[in-house]
Design a protein around this ligand. Structure first.
Ligand code: NAD
Length: 270
């Protein structure tokens, strides 16, 4: 996708962090922006930043785990802004503990937001994107945790690996539709992800405290979200399927593929 001016980007979880950065970056290209977030006050603050750039911005108090809310959000976006040209299925959360200590709602919340939320985003927007025949692009936010195992975030890994698989498959299925697809797989980025529990809805167990050690790691080594968003923009322009932002994880990705190839060698041994 090359022409951005006057077109529309939709960003879930756009009230903070990477979603905010993508929303601002697409607005810098002259796009109008629609943000869905459970923290609508945060989304409204980002919308004010966006309008100051001279483009339109709309927000909605939407929980991506609710299919009906996502459908109603899509109705509003098409009514108010006329299209969806770049869809960023970005909202995500994490809970940090060993899987043996999980409660049912830990699974429900993390897989609900990080995987089912992406699926509901596609269901709400993709049919109308295809019908509009304007082309476009889908950016699904996974994580480096969708490429390599890191531990203590099994529900997150489960969802993020699935988002990589979903995106790979989407790229194949959409090949004839002029709609590109990229999956974003960052390492640590300076956002509020370690404070995801701040917005954990009551039906998923209610708010939980900040993961202090993760937060400290993010503060110490996290990338600037605007840098990551610039790579997202380039991936959309060049239809790059994988957005692997943190080269320091490359040895771990290679080691994982080495383990997979070693398994072929193992199977071939008598
Ligand atoms: N920050 C990192 O280090 C990092 C690394 C890899 C991937 N990611 C991914 O980036 C994405 C964005 O997270 P972030 O790091 O910017 O965190 P963040 O907490 O700063 O922003 C996430 C936003 O999503 C919103 N949100 C949470 N649950 C929601 C729901 N059910 N419906 C709608 N909105 C919801 C939050 O209110 C918040 O505004 C996530 O998918 C996350 O998994 C982050």
């Amino acid at each position: 996708m090359q022409d951005f001016k006057g077109r529309v980007a939709v960003v879930t979880g756009g009230g903070s962090g990477l979603g905010r950065a993508m929303a601002l970056t697409f607005a810098n290209q002259g796009m109008h922006i629609a943000i869905a977030d459970v923290d609508v006050a945060a989304a409204d603050a980002v919308a004010a930043e966006i309008r100051a750039k001279g483009v339109k911005a709309t927000t909605a108090n939407v929980d991506v785990t609710d299919r009906a809310q996502m459908g109603a959000f899509a109705d509003r976006v098409f009514a108010e802004l006329g299209s969806c040209d770049v869809l960023c299925n970005n909202a995500g959360v994490a809970t940090f503990k060993p899987v043996q200590n999980y409660e049912d709602r830990d699974w429900d919340w993390v897989v609900g937001v990080d995987l089912i939320g992406v699926i509901y985003g596609l269901q709400a927007f993709l049919p109308r994107m295809i019908a509009a025949k304007r082309g476009g692009h889908i950016v699904n936010t996974s994580s480096i945790a969708g490429q390599v195992p890191l531990g203590n975030i099994t529900s997150y890994h489960t969802a993020k690996y699935a988002v990589v698989g979903l995106s790979d498959s989407l790229g194949i299925d959409l090949a004839g539709e002029n709609i590109g697809c990229s999956v974003l797989c960052p390492g640590l980025v300076k956002t509020r992800i370690a404070q995801s529990g701040r917005n954990r809805p009551d039906r998923f167990g209610g708010p939980e405290p900040t993961a202090a050690a993760v937060n400290a790691g993010i503060e110490a080594t996290g990338y600037d979200p605007m840098h990551v968003a610039e790579l997202v923009l380039r991936a959309v322009q060049q239809n790059q399927p994988y957005i692997l932002t943190h080269p320091e994880y490359r040895p771990q990705v290679e080691a994982r593929f080495d383990r997979i190839f070693a398994a072929y060698d193992w199977a071939e041994r008598k």
